[in-house]
Design a protein around this ligand. Structure first.
Ligand code: MRU
Length: 358
């Protein structure tokens, strides 16, 4: 089955599929400067929490590879600046900071081992490629755990795009749907268009269609109607950051879907890797919510659809844990109380670290 490839490391740089141009055009850019990768993340050339993490790791590798530093000491200063530039791109997806932290840890270990400049460059490229490879394995595991929770047949709903485009693997929420579909479950996916950036209409519809998975595109204001009348067996979405108590930030519009799912007795699941957990924050109240340009609300793909008036664009909302039936991770399925189940899964993955780059 077709799997989109949003990012790839090649000898010449980082190749990124321009998601702003989908579904009408498939355009790839090769970036050779880490600042270009930072801009690509900020401007949503690549988006989706895990894919942002992969891009950040590759951005660091690119910065180090192309650095003109003549000594390890000089590279150390540049390294901090590279990480800071990439950290300043998008604030909500914690995978970004997770990936930067991991690159930083690798760099520090190489310094401790008194590794030479060329070897440091090679090792950081290898680490970024390894992070990408791990995302693929992670998605497959999330898919296997989550698929068991989807109905044998009928409608499921998602939100935004948590597919291959968003991770570099098979996707988290869409990975769950894909694995279930491949297992023979007869699913039909309801895809909210996900205003204002239309990740549902442009990206999820494109991915599912190319993968041969039946879908119906709906507008965001149809969500309540379909949850009430559409015999929806489950909702499954991704997340950008999950707090220790299970509160989960995801694309704006996820919270009302979760509330309406509960109102209509539809289970609401989150599919997310351990790298999306931020156990350093107790609840969703402390998750930073990105404010994106108002022009993304007043315009659609450059075409003005509203008068020149103030417009708000919080890019994410936080779904309180009480609306979340279960959280699928690559280490297993977390159920309430999340403060216990998430901590246990994260400990088993041994990836809980202090996120020192913010
Ligand atoms: O603004 P975006 O497109 O980066 O937002 C993406 C989402 O909200 C996804 O659901 C989330 O990052 C999970 S991706 C597997």
């Amino acid at each position: 089955m077709y799997v989109a490839q949003p990012i790839e490391w090649i000898d010449d740089g980082v190749v990124i599929l321009d998601q702003r141009r989908l579904p009408t055009e498939e355009v790839h850019h090769t970036f050779r400067d880490y600042r270009e990768v930072a801009r690509a993340i900020r401007e949503m050339v690549i988006r989706g929490a895990p894919a942002i993490g992969v891009a950040a790791a590759m951005g660091v590798a690119l910065g180090v590879q192309n650095s003109r530093a003549a000594t390890v000491e000089a590279l150390r200063g540049e390294f901090a600046e590279i990480c800071e530039t990439l950290a300043q791109t998008r604030p909500t997806a914690v995978d970004l900071f997770w990936a930067l932290e991991r690159m930083k840890r690798r760099f520090t270990a190489l310094l401790t081992e008194k590794t030479g400049l060329d070897e440091i460059r090679r090792a950081l490229v290898a680490e970024a490629i390894q992070i990408h490879a791990e995302k693929k394995a992670t998605d497959e595991a999330i898919g296997r755990y989550g698929a068991a929770f989807l109905p044998a047949e009928g409608q499921v709903m998602t939100q935004c795009n948590a597919g291959a485009l968003a991770t570099g693997g098979i996707g988290t929420a869409l990975g769950v749907i894909r694995v279930a579909f491949e297992q023979g479950k007869k699913l039909h996916v309801l895809v909210p268009e996900t205003r204002p950036y239309l990740q549902g209409a442009r990206l999820t519809a494109w991915e599912l269609h190319r993968g041969g998975i039946p879908l119906t595109l709906i507008t965001d204001n149809m969500v309540g109607h379909f949850l009430k009348t559409g015999k929806v067996g489950a909702v499954v979405t991704g997340a950008d950051r999950v707090a220790a108590n299970g509160d989960a930030a995801n694309k704006i519009g996820t919270y009302p879907i979760a509330v309406l799912a509960k109102e209509n007795n539809v289970p609401f699941y989150i599919a997310a890797p351990i790298s999306t957990l931020d156990l350093s924050i107790a609840s969703g109240e402390r998750i930073p919510i990105e404010e994106r340009p108002a022009s993304e609300v007043t315009h659609i793909q450059g075409v003005r659809i509203a008068p020149d008036v103030p417009a708000a664009h919080p890019a994410f909302d936080v779904t309180p844990a009480r609306y979340i039936t279960a959280i699928f991770t690559e280490r297993g399925v977390a159920k309430p109380p999340y403060s216990e189940s998430l901590a246990a899964l994260a400990a088993s993955a041994q990836t809980v670290g202090t996120l020192s780059i913010r």
